[in-house]
Design a protein around this ligand. Structure first.
Ligand SMILES: Nc1ncnc2c1ncn2[C@@H]1O[C@H](COP(=O)(O)OP(=O)(O)O)[C@@H](O)[C@H]1O
Ligand SMILES: [Mg+2]
Length: 298
């Protein structure tokens, strides 16, 4: 293991906050990260910016978070952070690097795994490679509270697999009608495939709270009516020119402009997220074990 990897490992361990779950409430050997897939129907709605800044806010609240760029076509979390990615999942799957070696350190030491060509490889692994991969991911998940997957937009086979395997799917939409219909279409496809999938909505680029509410209501009502599915709203993020300015500077907006409307919204949203009890799926084991089972089944 390289010195850098050892340092990262150390960093992940040292980031551990005071336990937020009561120590006697569960078997410590069962501690496992909650797996969140952040997705959208339409591209360009702000998924990657949301994932990154949400992760940074969760980290500020004392949570241990890993961001995993699972956007196969347009992986760009590393660009948003201004960090050049050296290694990605591809190197792990090829067994050139270990999991701790492909985890890199972003702003505020946020651990992340860069996207890359590895993502498509994941689904055509030999039995042996698969065991290697799942062993590595299970090991890393023991030290984390959340793993956030930034998935590609749209309905590629790989994206659907990630979403259906996750503990929870955060669907990002904007108030535009095209984003709304695509968000609903995504929910429908995933729900039809996996009835126990759990969703939450984030309305990005809202003019105000009212527009966010109206946007969310449209999706909720249709999902209730046609899918008998309730999709709670996690919150909204204001349409804010600071976001684009921060992207141009390749610095997360919550770091560059911590007092901007979008940053305030995401702080509030992350706080509220940690106050809710985690969504639990009705099927198979929670956390990384269930995720790996579901991801690799069939
Ligand atoms: N809350 C926001 N306010 C203003 N502009 C935003 C906001 N969120 C995203 N954007 C703009 O949308 C662009 C695309 O965001 P990105 O996170 O890359 O979308 P996705 O990952 O869904 O493709 C950003 O570069 C930024 O210019
Ligand atoms: Mg993106």
């Amino acid at each position: 293991m390289s010195d850098q990897a050892a340092a990262l490992r150390e960093m992940i361990s040292s980031l551990r906050p005071a336990p937020s779950r009561k120590p006697d409430s569960s078997d410590p050997s069962e501690k496992t990260a909650h797996i969140i897939a952040v997705t959208s129907g339409k591209g360009g709605v702000g998924k990657s910016n949301f994932t990154l800044n949400f992760a940074l806010e969760l980290q500020k609240l004392g949570k241990k978070v890993l961001v995993f760029d699972a956007d196969i076509g347009m992986a760009n979390i590393d660009v948003l952070m201004g960090v050049r990615s050296q290694y990605n999942l591809f190197h792990l799957l090829k067994r050139e690097k270990s999991m701790s070696e492909i985890i890199q350190s972003g702003p505020n030491s946020l651990p992340f795994i860069a996207g890359g060509s590895g993502m498509t490889e994941l689904f055509s692994l030999s039995e042996d490679d698969l065991l290697h991969f799942t062993g590595q991911i299970e090991e890393i998940a023991r030290d984390l509270d959340y793993i956030l997957f930034d998935t590609g937009a749209g309905l590629s086979k790989e994206t659907i697999r990630f979403i259906t395997a996750s503990d929870e799917c955060i669907v990002v939409t904007t108030p535009e009608p095209t984003a709304i219909t695509d968000a609903y279409a995504l929910v429908k496809v995933v729900h039809d495939l996996e009835h126990s999938a759990v969703f939450r909505l984030v309305v990005n680029r809202a003019m105000d709270r009212r527009e966010a509410q109206q946007t969310a209501d449209k999706i909720r009502l249709v999902a209730q009516k046609f899918l008998q599915l309730d999709i709670p709203v996690l919150g909204h993020v204001s349409d804010d020119p600071h976001v684009s300015q921060a992207v141009k500077k390749q610095t997360p907006f919550s770091i560059r402009f911590p007092n901007s409307p979008a940053s305030k919204d995401i702080q509030e949203l992350a706080f509220r997220y940690t106050q809710h009890s985690l969504q639990v799926r009705a099927d198979s084991p929670k956390g990384i074990k269930g995720f790996v089972n579901r991801l690799l089944k069939r």
